[in-house]
Design a protein around this ligand. Structure first.
Ligand SMILES: Cc1cc2nc3c(=O)[nH]c(=O)nc-3n(C[C@H](O)[C@H](O)[C@H](O)COP(=O)(O)OP(=O)(O)OC[C@H]3O[C@@H](n4cnc5c(N)ncnc54)[C@H](O)[C@@H]3O)c2cc1C
Length: 338
């Protein structure tokens, strides 16, 4: 383990927000995490687990000990007749994992290409995009309990995945540091192409039987077109979750706003497009202080240059109020706010 003090977190969050960690410890193995737990001072101190900082809004300096997860390694664990089992260290970049699996001939993660952040954070919010969620490819994960120092291996039933949700946002929040994740990539591979923008790509290109790499290329092209690159414009991706409502609530909104974009879910509930609602309230392209709403996608809040976390949250609250005023729906932020 490597301990540093007074560390600027600005380079470690994709929104580029200023904050200082009193103590930052880089952990590269389970043994490193156990050393932190057994440490006479660090052991008892409150802790915050940091991956790539791409789902994080920092509104203040961090008095907690920041554990920066840097566990390396990607490998094929098993080639079963029905699936490849791949394991990756929590500190690996998600995109590096996706590209590695594709280059090795273990497809299945291509719809999740180009999502920023680390492998270890992916189960925390059950990352999802273009018709696929992490839970669809999840086998199990290893972690270390930050109270006891004991190693744990958890399967999908304990992880309790939901829409941008898991047990790591509830009873195990801040309690288990994920060190490795294993993925089950089904054989034979079947593309997941039901998402509207992918159907459009098939129509545009005339390729109805794409390879895994072709799907990844399509996904990356769509994402590059509509999402700001955090290296150029600070942001945390979608700022709000798409609200899920009952069919009755949805009908009530449709009566008032017939154009509202909504998607029926298999369980009978309905997902509303938060970006559409924010746009309908006139927020697209607006700026408040040094934070703003991205002009190509109203669901994404951006750093216009030099923003602080409080400005981002002021803007977020103003958006929540106007969406509530018009639709009676409370938008819930997707990133972790500290
Ligand atoms: C441009 C852009 C596009 C995005 N697109 C998508 C998208 O399409 N779909 C989607 O789902 N998300 C998307 N995101 C959000 C983000 O990329 C994901 O949530 C990602 O998984 C966060 O990873 P991270 O390593 O940066 O996590 P961080 O921001 O560092 O942490 C997020 C949370 O996870 C916890 N955590 C991190 N690592 C660990 C660990 N090893 N063990 C336990 N807890 C941990 C942290 O404590 C924190 O609570 C996007 C973000 C950006 C900036």
């Amino acid at each position: 383990m490597q301990m540093e003090t007074g560390v600027s977190l600005k380079p470690y969050n994709s929104f580029g927000l200023p904050a200082v960690a009193q103590t930052l410890v880089r952990v590269r193995s389970d043994a490193d995490v156990r050393q932190v737990v057994d440490h006479p001072l660090l052991g008892r101190a409150p802790k915050f687990i940091l991956g790539g900082g791409s789902n994080l809004i920092l509104t203040r300096d961090m008095p907690q000990t920041v554990l920066k997860v840097e566990v390396p390694g990607i490998r094929l664990v098993e080639a079963r007749p029905d699936a490849w089992i791949v394991e990756a260290g929590a500190g690996e970049s998600w995109q590096a994992l996706v590209m590695w699996t594709l280059s090795q001939g273990y497809p299945g993660l291509e719809n999740l290409a180009l999502i920023p952040g680390s492998v270890g954070a992916a189960p925390v919010q059950n990352i999802g995009a273009y018709g696929l969620e992490l839970q669809d490819r999840f086998e199990s994960l290893d972690g270390v309990d930050l109270r006891t120092g004991l190693g744990v291996t958890l399967g999908p039933e304990i992880c309790a995945f939901g829409y941008r949700d898991s047990v790591f946002k509830h009873s195990l929040a801040g309690r288990v540091l994920i060190t490795r994740v294993r993925f089950r990539l089904p054989r034979p591979w079947r593309p997941v192409l039901g998402y509207l923008e992918l159907e459009r790509k098939i129509a545009e290109t005339g390729v109805s039987d794409p390879s895994p790499l072709q799907v990844a290329d399509w996904v990356m092209a769509i994402r590059r077109h509509k999402l700001p690159d955090p290296a150029l414009i600070g942001n945390a991706g979608s700022f709000f979750k798409n609200p899920i409502v009952s069919p009755e609530q949805c009908r009530d909104i449709i009566d008032r706003d017939p154009d509202i974009v909504h998607y029926p879910l298999p369980d009978g509930q309905v997902k509303l497009a938060a970006g559409w609602m924010i746009d309908a309230c006139g927020w697209k392209g607006k700026t408040v202080g040094r934070a703003g709403v991205y002009d190509k996608q109203a669901l994404v809040l951006v750093n216009r240059g030099g923003a602080i976390g409080a400005e981002v949250m002021t803007l977020a609250r103003a958006i929540q109020e106007s969406v509530y005023g018009r639709f009676g729906i409370r938008l819930e932020p997707e990133p972790v706010v500290m």
